[in-house]
Design a protein around this ligand. Sequence first.
Ligand SMILES: O=P(O)(O)OC[C@H](O)CO
Length: 478
Amino acid sequence: MKVFVIGAGISGSLVARELSKYDCEVHVLEKAPDIGWGVTKANSAIVHGGYDDPPQSVRAKFAAKGNRLYDELSKELDFDFERVGSLVVAFKEEDINYLKELKERGKKNGVDDLEILEKSELKKVEPNISDEAIAALYCKSAGITEPWEVAIAAIENAVENGAILHLEEEVLDIQTKNQKVSKVITNKGEYEADVVINAAGLFADEIAKMAGVGDFEIFPRKGEYILLDKKLKGLVNTVVFPTPTKKSKGILVVPTVDGGILLGPNAKDLPKSMKYDLGTTPEGLQEVYEKSKRLIPKVELSYTVKTFAGLRPETKEKDFIISATKVWGFVNVAGIRSPGLTAAPSFAKYVVEDILQDQLKINLSKKKDFNPYRKRITNIRDVSLKEWEELVKKDPKYGRTVCFCNNVSEAEIVEAIRRGARTLDGVKFRTRASFGRCQGGFCSLKIVEIISRELNIPMEEVKLNSKNSWIMDGKVRA
Ligand SMILES: O=P(O)(O)OC[C@H](O)CO
């Protein structure tokens, strides 16, 4: 049985890992040069409680269940995950009615740890909350993580268990025979295929069309963000939401797992032609700043480390499309907007256990030697001085700090390259080097040198991320 997963974002990577538990040939096709570089790398990084989604929706079916799977998953795959809790804040009496509605909805969705806090209790949980806040819905089980790290970890584990990752491999066509998946054609070759899992994020509609089942469209909805420095660590303890609107959960203030503070996103609907538009605008960032300041008045732009934008893959129905199709073997995992990161561990199991095995009656036998564990790259910022000394004794490269903002050693960068990083961003997302306050101002050149040395390529061949993202253009002097 040959299964092709299209897309190495959070959805595709977790489906691939789930598939790697079984005796089948798993291929992951990703058109980008690395894992998690689409929708996965730019979102709010939240593991939601699961109370927000309409009870009959596909989102609700997987969100709360996905949340509960994060403890085990983060242990097995060794990524950061913290149940910091979330607050939906009310500023007016009518907001409180909405909080009550959300609490009821949460109950229906199986979320049983919701409580409405009065102002004084709210201040205890979140001392820097605006004085104008009058109440909040508190969900203790909500959490934060790093979405790209989840995807990288899942793919590393899937590959350890036999899956094959194809980077920079774009799907150009899907051929069917007698209403069954038959071949996947890419820019690099042609493959016989039995099953295709369409987890292509913003482009899932185009992939579905190739298979003749393109009965939905994906619209990009942009969200702009501002990342604030770790100096503000402790400014918020929980994920702080405003009372949501029909369109969006609103602009949030989120603590990140590495101690920063994330503000955003706004929600701008873009035409289908703008699936690559990741630009930020002064007005958009101003909106993000003002709305987050309304929640947490101490938010200050002078602590800005980075601004960026992400695109949500939205459908008309605003719901996930996770189902088999009339083409046997072609399965959609599409429209994975918020709370996609939360729901992914749950729907990944559903795809393999319910869709492939129960609905399509595919006989998959469990591997006896499946290894569920993956270890993260050892980081000098996480070890004691004694442990650091031991690491340096084993490999002196642990003693050479390259990124001083985030304390990343040369050994970690070499390890990231060994695990597949080929670009500055590949190193950044695996180690957090150049992710800190200076945004690579001091360490980028050193990282380029290390990539060049380890991969034995000229420095001017090292890219920031994509094919044409040149960093340097030959020598200034002979
Ligand atoms: O605006 P929404 O509803 O798409 O929510 C996005 C938030 O960042 C929560 O994940």
